[in-house]
Ligand binder design. Structure first.
Ligand SMILES: Cc1cc2nc3c(=O)[nH]c(=O)nc-3n(C[C@H](O)[C@H](O)[C@H](O)COP(=O)(O)OP(=O)(O)OC[C@H]3O[C@@H](n4cnc5c(N)ncnc54)[C@H](O)[C@@H]3O)c2cc1C
Length: 445
C-alpha cells in the first residue's frame, strides 16, 4: 500500500487525507499544533474552560466541496443553514434579506429592492453594476474600485453594497481587490443558483466541529494523525520529512498543506527558489480581528446580523453559553485599519457601536471581553493574484501542494482549502496511475 505524508492538519490537509485514505493509501497527517482544523479552530477560554472559536467561520450554499467533506466525515449535522440575513444600520433600522420562491437570478431581486440603506437610484446603480460585472470575462482581473467607478458606482454604493458583501467574503477592501474574485462571489453566491447565498453557520465551536466525528472517521480509515509534531523541512530530492525533533519520516508521496508564509522554509533550498514555488513569497496577508464579548443578558435579539456602515461587519450571538453569560462575537475582516489601536481601544469601539445599534446591547452589562487578531488570516485577493498561486500538482513527481492559497479558483475560504486538498489528492492519484475525479460539481452544475 502506498504511503502518503500530509504536512499540516488544516482543512486542506484533512481533505487530502479524507480523499486518499479510502482509495488504498496509508495516510499520515503531521500537524505542529495540538489540534486539527488549522485556522478554522477554537481555543479554550482560560476564565471558564469554554471552547471559543478564534473567529466565527461560516460557509455558503455554493461551497459544494466543503459540504461534501462535511458529509463524508459526518459533521454536516452541525451546520445550520440561515435562510434569512438581517442587515442593520447605526440608526437601528433593519432589512431582512431572503430569497423569494422564484428561479435564480430573480430570487433575490425583492431582497435588494427592500434594502433600506440604499436609495431607489442607488439600487438601480447596483443592479446595473451587477449586470455589467457578470458580463465580464471570468479571467478579467483589473482593480475593482476603478472598474466600479467606471460602471456607475458611487462612494455610497461601494461602501454600502459592494463593500458590505466583499469585505466579509474576500477579507479585503474594495480598494485592494481585483474584479475576478468579486465577480465570483456575486456569481456563485447570489446569481447562479437559488441556494448559493444561504449562509451555513456551525452550531458548535469549531474545535467540536472538527472533533470526535472527524477523528472517528480518520481512525476507521487508518489515517495516522500525529499532533504536536512540527516538520522542519522536506529533505532534498523529497525523500522524506525532517521533524523539528531531528528525526525523519519517509513515504511514497508527500502533500505539503501548510500556509503560504510557511512554505518557503519547508521546501528544500533548491525548490524554494524554483519559479513554480516562488509565488508563495509574493502573496500578501490580510488580517481579521474578532471581538469576543460576554454579557449578563442577551445583547442581540437575532442569531446574527450584518452591520452596514459600522466598524464590525458581522455580529454572531450564541445565546447563554454558561449560567448568566451571553456570548456575542463581532468580526472585523480586512482589519488593517485597526493596526496600532490596541486591544482595549478596539474593544471599546466595538462595544460602543453595538450599544448604538442594538438596544438590547445598550442595556446589557459587559462581563468580560477578548480581542483576537489573526494577522495572516488569508492572502489578499489583489488584482492578478492568481499568477502567484501554484497548481497542486508540482513539477516534483512525488510532491503535491494543498492550501487555500494554491490555485483553486476560489478565494481563501474553507471551500478553497477543501478544493485544494481534493486537487492535491487527484494529483497523487494521477501519478500513482489510478486517476480519479474528486472535485465536486458546482451547485446546479
Ligand atoms: C479569522 C479568520 C476567519 C475566517 N473566516 C472564514 C469564514 O467565515 N469562512 C471561510 O470559509 N473561511 C474563513 N477563513 C479562512 C479559512 O479559515 C481558511 O481558508 C482555511 O481554514 C485554510 O485551511 P488550510 O488547510 O489551507 O490552512 P490552515 O488552516 O492554516 O492549515 C495549515 C496547517 O498546517 C499546520 N502547519 C504549519 N506549519 C507546519 C509544520 N511546519 N509542520 C506541521 N504542521 C504545520 C498549521 O498548524 C495548520 O494546522 C477565516 C480565516 C481566519 C483566520
Amino acid at each position: 500500500m502506498d504511503r502518503v505524508i500530509v504536512v499540516g492538519g488544516g482543512l486542506a490537509g484533512l481533505a487530502a487525507a479524507v480523499a486518499l485514505a479510502p482509495r488504498g493509501f496509508r495516510v499520515t497527517v503531521l500537524e505542529s499544533r495540538p489540534r486539527l482544523g488549522g485556522r478554522a479552530g477554537s481555543f479554550t477560554d482560560p476564565a471558564t474552560g469554554q471552547l471559543v472559536d478564534a473567529c466565527q467561520h461560516v460557509s455558503m450554499g455554493c461551497c459544494t466541496n466543503f459540504a461534501h467533506f462535511c458529509r463524508t466525515v459526518g459533521v454536516e449535522k452541525f451546520l445550520a443553514p440561515q435562510p434569512r440575513l438581517t442587515f442593520v444600520t447605526p440608526d437601528r433600522r433593519r432589512s431582512v434579506f431572503k430569497a423569494d420562491p422564484w428561479p435564480a437570478p430573480f430570487h433575490l431581486g425583492r431582497a435588494l429592492l427592500g434594502a433600506h440603506y440604499l436609495t431607489p437610484v442607488e439600487k438601480l446603480r447596483v443592479a446595473w453594476g451587477l449586470a455589467a460585472l457578470l458580463r465580464e470575462s471570468p479571467d478579467a482581473d483589473p482593480p475593482l474600485r476603478e472598474w466600479l467607478t467606471r460602471h456607475g458606482q458611487t462612494d455610497r454604493t461601494i461602501e454600502r453594497f459592494w463593500g458590505v458583501v466583499l469585505v466579509s467574503a474576500l477579507n479585503e477592501t474594495v480598494d485592494r481587490v481585483g474584479l475576478r474574485y468579486a465577480r465570483k462571489v456575486f456569481r456563485d453566491g447570489f446569481v447562479r443558483h437559488r441556494d448559493g447565498f444561504t449562509v451555513h453557520v456551525p452550531a458548535v465551536p469549531l474545535g467540536r466541529f472538527y472533533g470526535a466525528e472527524l477523528r472517528g472517521w480518520l481512525d476507521r480509515h487508518g489515517v495516522e494523525v500525529v499532533e504536536n509534531v512540527g516538520v522542519r523541512r522536506l529533505t532534498a530530492g523529497i525523500s522524506g520529512v525532517e521533524l523539528r525533533d531531528g528525526t525523519t519520516r519517509a513515504a511514497d508521496w508527500y502533500i505539503l498543506a501548510a500556509p503560504f508564509d510557511r512554505v518557503p522554509d519547508l521546501l528544500p533550498p533548491d525548490l524554494a527558489v524554483d519559479p513554480f514555488f516562488a509565488g508563495a513569497k509574493e502573496l500578501t496577508p490580510s488580517p481579521i480581528t474578532s471581538v469576543h464579548l460576554w454579557y449578563d443578558r442577551l445583547p442581540l435579539d437575532l442569531p446574527h446580523a450584518v452591520l452596514v456602515d459600522c466598524l464590525g461587519q458581522w455580529a454572531f450571538s450564541r445565546g447563554e453559553v454558561a449560567p448568566g453569560e451571553f456570548y456575542l462575537q463581532v468580526v472585523v475582516s480586512a482589519a488593517r485599519p485597526l493596526k496600532g489601536l490596541g486591544r482595549d481601544e478596539i474593544q471599546r469601539r466595538v462595544v460602543e457601536e453595538l450599544a448604538r445599534v442594538f438596544p438590547s446591547a445598550a442595556r446589557a452589562k459587559l462581563l468580560r471581553a477578548k480581542v483576537v487578531t489573526e494577522h495572516t488570516a488569508t492572502f489578499s485577493a489583489v488584482p492578478g493574484v492568481d499568477r502567484w498561486r501554484p497548481a497542486q500538482a508540482t513539477p516534483v513527481h512525488n510532491l503535491a501542494l494543498a492550501g487555500d492559497w494554491t490555485d483553486t479558483g476560489w478565494p481563501a475560504t474553507m471551500e478553497g482549502a477543501v478544493r485544494s486538498g481534493y486537487l492535491a489528492a487527484e494529483a497523487v492519484l494521477v501519478r500513482a496511475g489510478r486517476p480519479g475525479r474528486l472535485l465536486q460539481p458546482d451547485l446546479g452544475g
